[in-house]
Ligand binder design. Structure first.
Ligand SMILES: [Ca+2]
Ligand SMILES: [Ca+2]
Length: 186
């Protein structure tokens, strides 16, 4: 009897499912049509349900035969009405009834960053470049000529640097959704 009990305990399901969203990666996108959100659910014993806003994806025939698997890749389509924040509640339930929740919010951002730029020619063909990149969401990268600036993504990023000009230099600013603003230094 005690051996049987020990056997049951050692088989008992100890972990709640893990949910991870793999795409869109940075929690932001500029896609407004046919937006697909994808990820996976992982469990030590098996996944019984993956619910998005209460609807179980695994009841869809796409996932036929996958229920009970330890790893299930899932994707769902979201209706996007325009710029703003899209909120979804993603839940995974394992075969023992443990439920994990992932509140998922996605920024729909279709507005390119703005860039204020001042360029001062220096001696020796160098340029002093000063600018401020701003975005309604997050400025994720700034490239000045050949130089990629290192900074923590934020809504506004002021920068100043001297570069060697090659005659065809541009400044490229990207937001976290992938919108891009390109300006020539000439
Ligand atoms: Ca489990
Ligand atoms: Ca933006």
């Amino acid at each position: 009897m005690s051996a049987l009990l020990a056997g049951c305990l050692s088989r008992s399901d100890s972990l709640a499912p893990i949910i991870s969203i793999t795409n869109p990666k940075d929690g932001a996108t500029r896609t407004t049509e046919n937006l697909i959100i994808s990820g996976y659910a992982l469990d030590d014993e098996g996944i019984a349900a993956i619910r998005v806003n209460g609807h179980d994806l695994l009841t869809n025939e796409t996932y036929q035969g996958e229920q009970g698997n330890k790893l299930i890749f899932f994707r769902f389509q979201s209706q996007v009405l325009g710029e703003g924040t899209l909120n979804s509640m993603i839940e995974a339930e394992d075969v023992s009834g443990r439920v994990s929740q992932l509140p998922y919010s996605l920024q729909i951002d279709t507005t390119a960053p703005t860039l204020e730029l001042a360029v001062l020619p220096l001696s020796g063909g160098r340029l002093r470049v000063e600018g401020v990149a701003k975005d309604n969401n997050t400025v994720a990268s700034v490239q000045v000529g050949e130089v990629s600036l290192q900074f923590i993504p934020s809504g506004e990023y002021p920068f100043a640097l001297d570069i060697e000009t090659t005659g065809s230099d541009v400044v490229v600013v990207r937001d976290s959704a992938g919108n891009e603003t390109v300006r020539s230094l000439q």
